[in-house]
Ligand binder design. Structure first.
Ligand SMILES: N[C@@H](CCC(=O)N[C@@H](CS)C(=O)NCC(=O)O)C(=O)O
Length: 209
């Protein structure tokens, strides 16, 4: 049994959807991010960064969304979250997961929390640079999907698609949302219809995407 500590629409979303894809039993615990529950002493004991997600695996609290996706893929090799371990396709998946961490997850974190890098949202040069980095990431993935979709790995769905769908959702109120790239728009429409994604939206009571 896994326990997922999640915040509505947060970096826990892809992991929530992955648990649903796998079909294992899991417990959900909501962390009230707006109320600051992530900084409570109890939560900091589970996740010293004070962020979501945290997933408790066999009693061990683990963090970092991309890492958790890799852990779930490894523990559930038949789930379809990753190609078979040891294959070239799996190597490509690992590369893609890490590429998205550095090119999307990190600038997104800084876009939403510029204080992490000692800045504020009132610094247009900083915010423009972060936005540009995110948009460059989306452009590269739009080109990748145009060249060979419908999923990031071509014909094969994987947990990387849940990660990208989550990152894309975060851009919905940005100056250029991910859905403004044609291949990403088509991809978003496909992924938003996926039962696991719809389930997460329902359970987390999300609106707007
Ligand atoms: N690198 C972490 C980042 C997680 C993260 O930034 N989570 C946000 C929600 S999307 C959070 O917990 N924010 C609350 C805070 O930082 O106070 C991951 O990918 O898991």
């Amino acid at each position: 049994m896994y326990t997922l500590y999640y915040g509505k629409g947060g970096a826990s979303m892809a992991i929530h959807a992955a648990l649903k894809e796998i079909g294992v039993p899991y417990e959900l615990v909501e962390v009230d991010l707006e109320g600051g529950q992530q900084r409570s002493p109890e939560y900091l004991r589970l996740n010293p960064d004070g962020r979501v997600p945290t997933m408790v695996v066999e009693g061990k609290p683990l963090r970092e969304a991309a890492g958790l996706m890799m852990i779930l893929a490894d523990r559930h090799p038949d789930s379809g979250l990753a190609p078979q371990s040891g294959t070239l396709a799996h190597a490509e998946w690992t590369e893609l997961m890490m590429w998205m961490v550095y090119n999307l997850a990190v600038p997104f974190r800084e876009w939403f929390y510029p204080s992490d890098i000692g800045c504020s949202k009132d610094q247009p040069a900083v915010m423009d640079a972060l936005r540009k980095k995110i948009e460059t990431g989306f452009s590269a993935l739009d080109a990748r999907l145009s060249a060979g979709g419908p999923y990031l790995l071509g014909e094969q769905f994987s947990g990387a698609d849940l990660m990208l769908t989550m990152y894309m959702r975060w851009s919905r109120n940005m100056p250029r949302p991910a859905t403004e790239w044609p291949a990403l728009k088509k991809y978003a429409d496909m992924m938003r219809a996926r039962p696991s994604w719809r389930h997460v939206n329902e359970v987390e009571a999300l609106t707007g995407w």
